[in-house]
Design a protein around this ligand. Structure first.
Ligand code: IPD
Ligand code: CA
Length: 275
């Protein structure tokens, strides 16, 4: 069975598996990027809109993760962005084979492989691996969040007007326009806005104090499963889609505790609920 007696040992074991499989997929993705940058073509298809893309590399990365999980954790459930699947009893692995696919397609380095282990829909371990920069972000529930062996802590931000907020936009044009209007309202109240283009990395950035907060609507489970645990284990106030109706039905919110309440109030005032 999937539970162990020793506190933290179960989560740590799952985290080590997440690091291993995400690392293998990150190597595959990095090599594919190098081939792409030297002129090899990559097959690109579209999903929900013409701007929502999936490449052959996303699919190959997910295949590799599934193969490795089948070897290391046979019989456990896998939910992945490209091949689907569903959660089940015991451990479910939640996989984004490339988060930040648009960056990947443009040759920009801000994309990751994200692998999390969930039990009853709750993340208990996860790894986010950056193929280009080689950074490995990890967390295990109750065991803290780490970047390449360094313990992570959120920022000490206290003032809303000095708060650096990351966000992202969905793929549907009409919704993006509403999201942009809310961001425009917020812009005058905070230090600045960031939109790097990979949700899991946005959550890791909050964990490291590289930003003070992150908010986005419409994420899928694979976008947040590892990153939200990393942010929470670094001390962030985190709410997941469906948990905070004041910000709408599908908001993901992560913030340093010192500015979480005033930022949350500002988001509501700026109309984030209705995007
Ligand atoms: C996307 C990225 C992006 C976010 C989108 C996600 P993908 O994931 O995380 O930053 O704004 O909501 O769908 O498509 O690159 O895996
Ligand atoms: Ca993806």
């Amino acid at each position: 069975m999937w539970s162990h007696g020793c506190v933290g040992a179960f989560e740590t074991e799952l985290k080590d598996v997440a690091v291993q499989v995400a690392g293998a997929a990150a190597t595959l993705v990095r090599q594919a990027r190098e081939a792409m940058l030297t002129g090899q073509s990559v097959q690109v298809d579209t999903k929900s809109t013409d701007t929502d893309v999936v490449t052959a590399v996303d699919r190959a990365s997910e295949r590799l993760v599934r193969e490795r999980l089948a070897e290391l954790r046979p019989g456990e459930h896998v939910l992945g962005e490209e091949e689907g699947g569903s959660a089940g009893e015991g451990v479910t692995w939640v996989v984004d084979p490339i988060d930040g696919t648009v960056n990947f397609l443009y040759g920009a380095p801000a994309f990751v492989v994200s692998v999390a282990a969930q039990v009853d829909g709750v993340s208990v371990a996860g790894a986010v691996v950056e193929p280009v920069d080689g950074r490995v972000w990890t967390a295990a529930r109750g065991e803290g969040a780490w970047l390449d062996g360094r313990r992570l802590h959120v920022s000490a931000a206290q003032r809303l007007d000095l708060t650096l907020v990351a966000t992202g936009f969905g793929y549907a044009a009409e919704r993006r326009a509403r999201q942009a209007r809310a961001v425009a309202e917020l812009l005058g109240r905070v230090r600045d806005i960031r939109r790097p283009g990979a949700a899991s990395l946005d959550l890791c950035a909050v964990a490291a104090g590289w930003t003070d907060a992150y908010v986005e609507h419409g994420l899928h489970r694979w976008d947040w499963a590892a990153g939200a645990l990393i942010a929470a284990e670094a001390g962030a106030v985190v709410s997941l889609p469906g948990e905070d109706t004041a910000l709408g039905t599908d908001a993901t919110f992560a913030a340093a505790p010192g500015i979480a309440a005033p930022l949350h109030a500002a988001l509501v005032e700026c109309g984030f609920k209705d995007v």
